[in-house]
Design a protein around this ligand. Structure first.
Ligand code: ZN
Ligand code: ZN
Length: 191
């Protein structure tokens, strides 16, 4: 990390820019706006200090990965380097998880249009990125074609023969599968 301080600061958004020299909190992931700051204004932890053992670790809102116990993420741009959350997020400009510009274009408020249904945007995006379905209770799931479709695909794949299958379910699975295919199209494997 000492090396980074010697570098000239560059625009935050510049792809391939070296890691930021601004201090980053390893507990909550906040980046200071002042290079000389010594502690995090949000949670009070000293910059550079490891997060307390039982603290919640910062998680990336783009790939949903949680920081490792030292509060950092392995850098994808510079293998071997460990970076804080803000730097990890900036790395997604070079290593996107999917076509978010396109996905955002389908967004309506906090919902997304999937086939002839609407579903919570965050839930669908998380599914596309991680494969995890936060469906909640089965009762709700049965009334929610998109969530049900996502859990069916997760369990049985897109071409599954499902006992008691219904046309609605099939349509919703096809809509989700199409979304998934388009979101990941053109991206290199890995994220
Ligand atoms: Zn903090
Ligand atoms: Zn991430």
């Amino acid at each position: 990390m000492i090396l980074d301080r010697a570098r000239t600061p560059r625009a935050k958004t510049e792809p391939g820019a070296p890691p930021s020299r601004l201090p980053t909190c390893l507990r909550c992931g906040l980046e200071s706006t002042r290079p000389e700051a010594t502690f995090c204004r949000r949670c009070g932890l000293t910059y550079g200090a490891p997060p307390p053992e039982l603290a919640d670790l910062p998680a990336c809102p783009i790939c949903y990965t949680e920081a490792e116990p030292d509060g950092r993420f392995p850098s994808r741009a510079l293998p071997g380097l460990r970076v804080g959350l803000p730097e990890h997020r900036r790395e997604h400009e070079r290593f996107p998880v999917g076509d978010d510009e396109w996905l955002e274009s389908l967004r309506e408020g906090d919902r997304i249009r999937v086939g002839r249904w609407y579903a919570p945007f965050e839930q669908v995006r998380r599914y596309l990125v991680t494969g995890a379905v936060e469906g909640g209770h089965l009762r709700r799931l049965q009334h929610d074609a998109v969530t049900l479709a996502m859990s069916q695909i997760k369990r049985w794949g897109t071409s599954a023969e499902i006992m008691g299958d219904q046309p609605d379910w099939r349509d919703a699975r096809a809509a989700i599968a199409a979304l998934m295919e388009r979101y990941h199209r053109g991206l290199l494997p890995g994220r």
